[in-house]
Design a protein. Sequence first.
Length: 537
Amino acid sequence: MAALQDILNQMTSTYNTTAVAIGVKSIHETDLLFEYTYTPPNKDKKGVQKVDLDTIFRLGSLTKVFPVLALLKLKDQGVSFDDPITKYVPELRTLRSQAREDNPIWAVEWDDVTLGALASHMAGIPSDYITDIAPFGDLSAYGYPKANSSNFLGCSGFFGMPGCNKTVFFEHFGQRPPAQVPFSPQAVYSNIAFPILSFAVEAITNQSFTEYVTNEIWKPTNMSRTSATKPDDDSQGFIPVNDVWWTADLGFEGPAGGYYSTINDLHRFGDAILQHKLLPAVQTRNWLKPVTATSSSGLLMGQPWEIFRATNITSDGRLIDLYTKTGDLINYHSQLVLIPDYDLVLTLLVAGPASPTEGSQTTMTLMMSRILQTLLPAIEAAGKAETAAAYAGTYSDKRTNSSLTLSLTEDDGPGIAITRYIIRGVDVPRTDPGSTLPPATPPVLDPPMRYRLYPASTGAEGETSWRAVGTRATAEEVGKQDGLFAWGMNSCITWAMMDRSTFEFGARDHFVFGVGGDGRVKGVEAVGYQVQLVKEC
């Protein structure tokens, strides 16, 4: 933790007007594993003078999580993400009459746009509405023609202007051409999608979107300092010097990026997601999944998650998916990170100018990366030690002459290594034909199969389910073979190999451990082989 503190101190050492608050928490612990706050020497006197974990910041686009979650919570009312948005907001169809021409280049076919497409930036609709720069003065130096003032909205929420309301949206938004057709190969980020989703919530619930989110998400989660509007008391929040964004009202676009919250509230929210308090477990698992690709090979898109795929955090280089939502409202920057593999929640809130040599997104994402690269290896080591104490050792059944030895110290690979695997006197690694049907006479294979166990389910009290994955190739051999292909990790096909070979309906790769009331592992069943082994040591 001291090393991470030093890294963050160095990163914030030049921040004279920028505040930072950070938290890292396991959902299994009450207190945060790590917290960090930085209060700059220069700040607005109306706001807090010392930043802590209850200091209120603006969330920017992190707000987009709430319209998506609100609709997911309405599943019991028949809401599906495959529903067209016009099922709930039919007046969107009228926008076509405002288009320059009625074709896919100039007009959105709203009946083709689903709730899920809007939530995952796959709708192809125009990105925004209130970011038109025409009213900002003479822009001829940039090559623009003289603006026609009759096209000015007179609202935006920026630079002291009032926020636009829903009526203004329906009066003019149809003039904006689509970015692409729905469900094109790549996602295109859209702010406007999320207020449109909030319109659907209002139509379904007969409540304002703010009322629904407050009653169904914030209050049950005890997010007492989270709000859709600026807190009445400015001293609760951090306000950068000469800031105009603390009070900016985004009007109907509030659900896209206008909300306020704190580190502690966001941890209550992250905990509630990963502990399945806001949605049933199966629905939560479905929500925490990629939906489509982006132009970056390291970033997938969820609803509305930005899913970073990290391969350089752990010593074995395995993929770890980081479910993030980043926010950026000019002077305010935020990031919520859920890491289901570790049951961890990471939150970052920043207020003030970004680094002059880096954009705000780069600064935030780099900070997130540094935190994870520092903390996760230590958390991984602690988890391995705990797993080794519970699972490592020798299991045997003398009646059937079966023995299984498990180790976490054999190498630095993922999962649990099987270092001895004898069933009914048969050396399984030297006779295992892989996924093919076994020949009549067992072969003697060299090199033998090498197995690792990975957790599959902990849904039953007193039992945990694991699956074994086997390979004969060394890491060097795998790397050489993969180098022959135009894409990466061609040999990684274990997802297609699990649960393939069975004997009397039990899978050969299935192992179920029995866990006592004291949390200690008592034995293991090799399901496919119908053998029960007792832990010796």
